[in-house]
Design a protein around this ligand. Structure first.
Ligand SMILES: Cc1cc2nc3c(=O)[nH]c(=O)nc-3n(C[C@H](O)[C@H](O)[C@H](O)COP(=O)(O)OP(=O)(O)OC[C@H]3O[C@@H](n4cnc5c(N)ncnc54)[C@H](O)[C@@H]3O)c2cc1C
Length: 452
């Protein structure tokens, strides 16, 4: 049977379901086949023509089960989509088929007031979830800088870390995802509950090994984070001050460093206009006086910007993580970016790379906790001069000892440490035995099944 025939039958099967909407208008097919891959000039030409053949929007978990089983029966690929803010084409359907939208699956099933543990459906927008948690004096530990629009399911399946990583490391660290409910893509409609270690296989798997229909996550007591920016004339001093903040007893939610040329390209809400390098910090109220002390010792100018107003999208959060690339590209689309964990000590590696790449590379740093250590992740802005030079830059970063998380590739493994996670592949074998979920994104599966 051809794919078109299979889709016709699938559509008929789905039309009878009350709690599922289907769309096949060309505008919808185009709109729901894109994410923010355009930040990568390598991915853009590769992904821009990939299109869904049908869009399905279930309004209940029962409908997800029926959709998954229908896709399995008719051998039609299915790609799950949250808010579509991923940067690596995570929810772009490489092989067409169905794109399933999660935005009607947004129930917060439980916030446990004694443990703070939350169970939530995947399409819940993170901004809404955080707001609800705050009414229980809790908040999310980790959020992407797109937290206002991103869904919690999309973050866990496609993201890695962000605001909060300075204290809580990365999403795949044990202790964040405590369990999940999942619908397999098998002919029998069903849902399963995976505890802790089993659930980890779906964490950052790009929706290749099961449809997450609920997530159980740890949270933290909420804090009225204070926004502070610190200006330093010397980049070496700025980097040392950033590290000093991380190695002190401050409670931090964000610690970002922006080189002066990058600060100039960003919206002006992080403090007075300055030609210096700038640190952006979210600090607990009891840390303010210590920050004044650290700033004075480093000769930095401190700007206390007050408590965050989470209703406004003009906070320091929106100048951190990949929002720097977003703002820069809005006026200068000739820039792209890289992501890496810098080696220790960080400054010699940064100096060596700057010497080679000059003003084609502008530093943006994020302080993170990595396996218990205070480390610096870098998301430098990179002037686009073609794929060959990007490859050379990545090689230079490796030579300096950086671990590069390449944002210009499409598989889970190649955007991470390059290593196949046997647990993810085994889970796909179990929950998506016919390889229908987001095909082409899990290299471990491709190698196993195609001898690629
Ligand atoms: C300006 C900008 C800044 C960003 N900053 C950050 C950052 O700080 N940290 C970070 O980690 N990322 C960041 N990102 C990437 C992205 O915004 C986040 O990872 C975000 O959390 C993705 O959520 P989403 O709802 O848009 O997911 P989508 O893009 O819709 O989906 C992401 C992946 O999850 C899968 N998926 C979604 N729902 C499910 C489900 N129910 N079951 C199984 N699989 C599912 C999809 O198939 C896809 O593979 C940034 C992107 C931009 C454009």
């Amino acid at each position: 049977m051809t794919r078109s025939d299979a889709l016709l039958i699938l559509k008929k099967d789905l039309e009878v379901l009350d709690d599922l909407d289907i769309h096949d208008e060309p505008d919808d097919l185009a709109r729901y086949s894109l994410d923010a891959f355009d930040y990568s000039p390598v991915l853009s030409p590769r992904l821009k023509n990939c299109k869904a053949q049908l869009v399905a929007r279930p309004r209940s978990i029962d409908a997800v089960e029926h959709l998954a089983s229908a896709c399995a029966r008719h051998a039609v690929p299915i790609t799950v989509r949250g808010a579509g803010t991923g940067n690596y084409g995570q929810c772009v359907p490489l092989d067409g088929g169905v794109v399933m939208l999660t935005n009607k699956l947004r129930c917060i099933r439980e916030i446990n007031d004694s443990t703070g543990i939350v169970t939530v459906e995947p399409g819940c927008p993170m901004g809404h979830l955080d707001q609800e948690l705050r009414s229980h004096s809790r908040q999310l530990r980790l959020l992407p800088s797109t937290w206002r629009s991103a869904t919690i399911g999309g973050f866990v399946a496609g993201g890695s870390g962000g605001i909060g990583s300075v204290s809580w490391g990365f999403l795949r660290d044990p202790g964040h995802l405590l369990g999940c409910e999942v619908v397999p893509v098998t002919t029998k409609p069903q849902r399963l509950y995976l505890e802790n270690a089993e659930a980890e296989a779906l964490n950052h798997a790009y929706g290749t090994n099961g449809i997450i229909t609920a997530l159980t996550l740890a949270t933290i007591p909420s804090v009225d984070w204070q926004q502070v920016s610190l200006d330093c004339a010397d980049w070496n001093v700025a980097v040392k001050l950033l590290l000093d903040c991380g190695r002190s007893a401050l409670s931090l939610h964000l610690a970002t460093a922006l080189e002066a040329p990058l600060l100039k390209k960003l919206p002006a809400w992080s403090g007075p206009t300055s030609t210096k390098h700038r640190l952006l910090l979210l600090v607990a109220p009891d840390g303010l006086s210590t920050l004044y002390r650290l700033a004075a010792a480093a000769g930095a100018d401190l700007h206390s910007l007050g408590a965050e107003d989470l209703k406004k999208s003009s906070g320091l959060r929106e100048l951190s993580w990949n929002h720097t690339t977003c703002h820069t590209r809005a006026s200068e689309p000739g820039w792209t970016y890289l992501q890496m964990l810098l080696p220790q000590p960080e400054l010699p590696a940064m100096h060596a790379l700057q010497k080679l790449w000059g003003d084609d590379l502008i530093w943006h740093l994020e302080l993170v906790r990595q396996q218990g250590d205070v480390r610096i992740a870098a998301l430098p802005l990179v002037r686009w001069h073609g794929a060959k030079l990007l490859k050379q830059l990545i090689a230079d970063c490796h030579t300096q000892g950086a671990i590069v998380f390449n944002p210009h590739v499409i598989t889970v493994e190649d955007g991470g440490l390059g290593i196949i996670d046997g647990n993810q592949v085994a889970t796909k074998q179990r929950l998506d035995p016919n390889g229908l979920m987001n095909p082409g994104k899990l290299r471990g599966w491709l190698e196993l099944n195609q001898g690629a």
